[in-house]
Write a protein that binds this ligand. Structure first.
Ligand code: C5P
Length: 233
């Protein structure tokens, strides 16, 4: 089985309030992106890793990337376009196409390799795409809306709520079709699963560790620094 990974890393990280995009910030001696790529490099079943970087990227070339399975492609203006560009680059007649693609955010360097293997093994054994996710722990409030963002309209039951994380794994042809169609029709796509759900596929929820945080704000960086120093990775 041919499993390829895609790492969207073309964001600017505006919520980090830093000049450096968050994937290039150094924590625990390596950039966030290097930590993430190292984690994926440990996974034996992954044959190739495509990193989507911004056409204006000035930092990737300075990373210490020694794994010959890693290549880059230009991303786009949204995460979904970055992933689609990577999928398009794998869809050429000259290349051996993957059976499955596993998409993982550059900004999630804390992912645990055991969780990645669990997701891959479940997807293959059940022949169904799936995502790492964790059950919502907090009480969830919905605000009134645009006019009154700071006022509660209701408490949403958390009984069946999950927080979506990455990696997300899907059959290559199905994800490629679903994502291109969804983007053509201007559907708001914030992860691969939302394109697959929109296209009518069932998506498995696979419970993963909750410390697989997406680094988004300066507080997340401090937390990631702490976790990475604990794990000595
Ligand atoms: O912005 P957000 O935190 O949702 O980004 C998730 C991941 O998608 C990050 O790793 C980011 O670099 C990537 N991304 C991308 N292309 C964009 C925007 C975000 O590859 N245009």
């Amino acid at each position: 089985l041919n499993i390829f990974a895609i790492v969207p890393a073309a964001g600017t990280g505006s919520r980090m309030k830093s000049n450096l995009p968050k994937q290039y910030i150094t924590i625990n001696q390596k950039t966030v992106l290097e930590h993430t790529l190292n984690k994926l490099s440990y996974i034996k079943n992954i044959n190739s890793i495509t990193v989507a970087i911004s056409p204006d990227d000035e930092f990737y070339q300075d990373l210490k990337i020694e794994n010959p399975k890693i290549q880059t492609v230009y991303g786009g203006n949204s995460r979904a376009i970055s992933v689609l560009n990577a999928l398009n680059s794998l869809n050429t007649d000259t290349k051996k196409k993957p059976d499955w693609v596993l998409v993982h955010d550059a900004a999630r360097p804390l992912v645990c390799p055991d969780d990645i293997n669990k997701l891959i093994n479940l997807a293959i054994s059940k022949q169904k795409g799936g995502i790492l996710a964790c059950k919502v722990k907090d009480t969830i409030k919905k605000s009134v809306g645009k006019m009154q963002l700071d006022c509660v309209s209701e408490t949403v039951s958390r009984e069946f709520l999950w927080q979506a994380m990455t990696p997300q794994i899907f059959k290559f042809e199905q994800l490629h079709q679903a994502l291109s169609d969804a983007l053509t029709q201007n559907i708001d796509i914030t992860d691969e699963a939302s394109a697959m759900e929109w296209a009518g596929f069932e998506v498995m929820l696979v419970a993963g560790r909750s410390d697989n945080i997406k680094i988004t704000t300066p507080e997340d960086l401090q937390l990631a620094n702490f976790y990475l120093s604990q794990k000595k990775s």
